[in-house]
Ligand binder design. Structure first.
Ligand code: SF4
Length: 408
């Protein structure tokens, strides 16, 4: 619990054909024996995640993927998982064994990443087995149009050069770091409302709450944490009105009633929607809820898998609210974790969770895929505020998104 969440780390993904030495490279980069290394091609099945500090970037996660030339039914499944990793990668490393050289596979992969604007760097591995000259490194760079270094993951040769290559080429969107930095100023007081019900994890706050507190402190403001039943008392005891009240979406109604109308109010989920994706697009999505008809298909997506409670928000409450709003029997389907369906054409609406466990690139991919398929997408926080008739108020701190709501 004391480390930077994976969703806030720079994602570095390692790709290559089977037995190019990807797992050995990740072990050499991290200085730990975390990936299974074997001479048998195709040893890595599910992507393996390893976190480390890479200065001056800071916290990163290095992801080892299965060989992209894998074959058979299981192999295809592994390739699909490797492609899911690509969606959230801030930079990719293409590993080529010096003993094998460049093939059409590497050429196609480099071309695909160029098209998708994902930074790619290359590593010629196993230089201890086959000598690689500097002129060979230049030739590799020329053929694929990406920078290369040579390494031996076995002896450690060139590992620092790989790190420098990552540092020089990674595309890191620093705008995603602050959740509320532009909404508050030093010395402001922010009240956070965190209901502790039976779905709350024992002995700790959930990730969105922890991250928001950290962001408030980082911005030299004051965080006051309370439960919904103590909110009124908390506000009455403050000498100065808070600059912002942030609540768990599920307590919106009570919190809105207890928060004076001149105090801005929003939810954790809406803050994350803005930080991770595109709040305006998610507000556009909520307006489509009125157009749902008998038999419409709604996909509910959660960024992680967790044990479901009896009155689970995604399985029970959201479907109930949507049915109440539109008055029809709707067909619901669910997706969770890294899985986001490839074909979303048949859905009339997608409702996504706050996405605290996925990174901004992945969330943006999901929003962009929805836009490309002409399927509207909204999120839990927006939907809950809308359901309770307080979306206008919850969007007031974000004028451009609030305008979307007012448009016909
Ligand atoms: S369901 Fe979504 S918002 Fe909730 S913890 Fe998982 S990723 Fe975060």
């Amino acid at each position: 619990m004391n480390t930077t969440p994976i969703s806030n780390r720079l994602h570095i993904a390692i790709f290559g054909r089977r037995n190019a030495g990807k797992s050995s490279l990740i072990n050499a980069l991290t200085g730990q024996q975390i990936a299974v290394v074997s001479n048998v091609p195709g040893t890595t099945t599910d992507p393996v995640y390893k976190t480390m500090e890479l200065l001056p970037i800071g916290p990163v996660v290095i992801i080892d993927t299965a060989g992209l030339d894998d074959s058979g039914d299981l192999g295809n499944l592994r390739i699909e998982k490797a492609h899911e990793v690509l969606r959230k990668s801030n930079i990719a490393i293409l590993v080529i064994s010096a003993t094998e050289g460049i093939t059409e596979f590497e050429k196609d992969f480099a071309a695909m990443l160029k098209k998708r604007e994902i930074p790619l760097v290359g590593v010629i591995n196993k230089c201890d087995i086959k000598d690689v000259l500097q002129s060979d490194v230049m030739e590799y760079s020329k053929i694929l149009g990406i920078p290369f270094v040579k390494t031996s993951a076995g002896t450690g040769e060139g590992i620092d050069s790989v790190k420098n290559l990552i540092i020089d080429n990674a595309k890191y969107d620093k705008s995603e770091i602050s959740l509320i930095g532009d909404l508050i100023k030093p010395g402001d007081t922010v009240v956070l409302v965190t209901p502790i019900d039976k779905s709350a994890p024992k002995g700790r706050l959930i990730l969105p709450q922890q991250q928001t507190i950290r962001d408030i402190i980082d911005n030299d403001a004051i965080a006051i944490v309370t439960k919904e039943h103590e909110l009124k008392h908390t506000l009455d005891n403050l000498k100065v009105k808070p600059s912002l009240v942030i609540t768990d979406s599920q307590a919106f109604l009570k919190v809105s009633a207890d928060t004076p109308s001149d105090v801005p109010l929003t939810s954790f989920s809406i803050l994350f929607a803005r930080q991770k994706g595109d709040l305006a697009e998610l507000v556009k999505g909520i307006k489509k809820i009125q157009e749902l008809k008998q038999g419409s298909k709604v996909l509910i997506v959660e960024g992680c898998t967790h044990h479901r409670q009896a009155d689970d928000i995604g399985k029970v409450k959201i479907p109930r609210w949507i049915r109440q709003i539109c008055g029809y029997d709707i067909n619901f389907e669910w997706a969770s974790g890294a899985h986001f369906p490839k074909d979303i054409n048949g859905y009339d609406l997608i409702v996504h969770c706050g996405g605290c466990m996925i990174n901004r690139k992945e969330m943006q991919f999901r929003i962009e895929s929805s836009k490309e398929s002409n399927v509207f997408i909204t999120n839990y926080g927006v939907l809950i505020a809308y359901t309770h008739g307080i979306l206008n108020r919850a969007l007031k701190p974000f004028p451009s998104a609030a305008l979307i709501l007012e448009e016909d």
